[in-house]
Design a protein around this ligand. Structure first.
Ligand code: NYM
Ligand code: MG
Length: 206
């Protein structure tokens, strides 16, 4: 049995992550690879429901408390994540712990403290970062509806994302067309799946 890959998409709000995740999963499933689209926050769990109320501005929470909830929302899904990956399913994940660190540290909380609760999560095989100037993202879709969808804040989030980037990240110009980005992602992902299928999953995030 070969394992699936853990593919993570990161970027600011309205950078096109959800659109690309969906198209990539469809492509993989049509080309002989089992794949599922995941997202964090996963709003359907009990923890996720609280996060959803917070994001939709229906309740207020302490900044550290909500950071821990976002992290707990990942940890509660780790057993299922590992089971899927080990049974050969590739997971295409719309946001992960990098969003956790970028958004909370953008509020002024300590960067290392933000990283600490996600330490030893499954390590992504690749992070695709959809890079877009905030002034362009803010004109897309319904930007501004949810908490954090404020241009000045998103600019700080983007700086925090830049601090997290390393060699395992692929930076993608999100101003390109949907189809061009999709094509590039498909090619890259097929290679990642092939290159990692015999490698054990690492649990060494941060
Ligand atoms: N977000 C997301 C966080 O603040 N911390 C996290 O750990 C994660 C995964 O949730 N503005 C923020 C970023 C988004 C918001 O996510 C909702 P999405 O992907 O827009 O539904
Ligand atoms: Mg959003």
């Amino acid at each position: 049995m070969t394992r699936g890959s853990l593919i993570v998409f990161e970027g600011c709000d309205k950078s096109g992550k959800s659109t690309q995740c969906k198209k990539l999963v469809e492509y993989l499933n049509n080309h002989g690879n089992q794949a599922e689209q995941w997202r964090f926050p996963e709003r359907s769990t009990e923890i996720g429901k609280v996060i959803n109320d917070y994001i939709e501005k229906k309740c207020e929470l302490h900044d550290r408390a909500v950071h821990l909830l976002f992290s707990a929302n990942r940890w509660e899904l780790v057993p299922l994540m590992k089971e899927k990956l080990e049974s050969g399913v590739t997971l295409v994940v719309d946001r992960y712990a990098f969003s956790g660190v970028a958004f909370t540290s953008a509020k002024g909380l300590d960067f290392e403290w933000c990283k600490s609760c996600d330490r030893e999560l499954p390590t992504p095989d690749k992070v695709f970062y959809l890079d877009i100037p905030i002034d362009e993202a803010s004109t897309r879709g319904d930007f501004g509806g949810e908490r954090y969808e404020v241009s000045s804040f998103q600019k700080t989030v983007q700086e925090k994302f830049q601090q997290l980037q390393d060699d395992s990240w692929e930076i993608i110009d999100a101003r390109n067309t949907i189809e061009n980005i999709h094509k590039l992602l498909c090619e890259s992902t097929l290679k990642i799946i092939e290159n990692n299928k015999e490698n054990p999953l690492k649990m060494t995030l941060f």
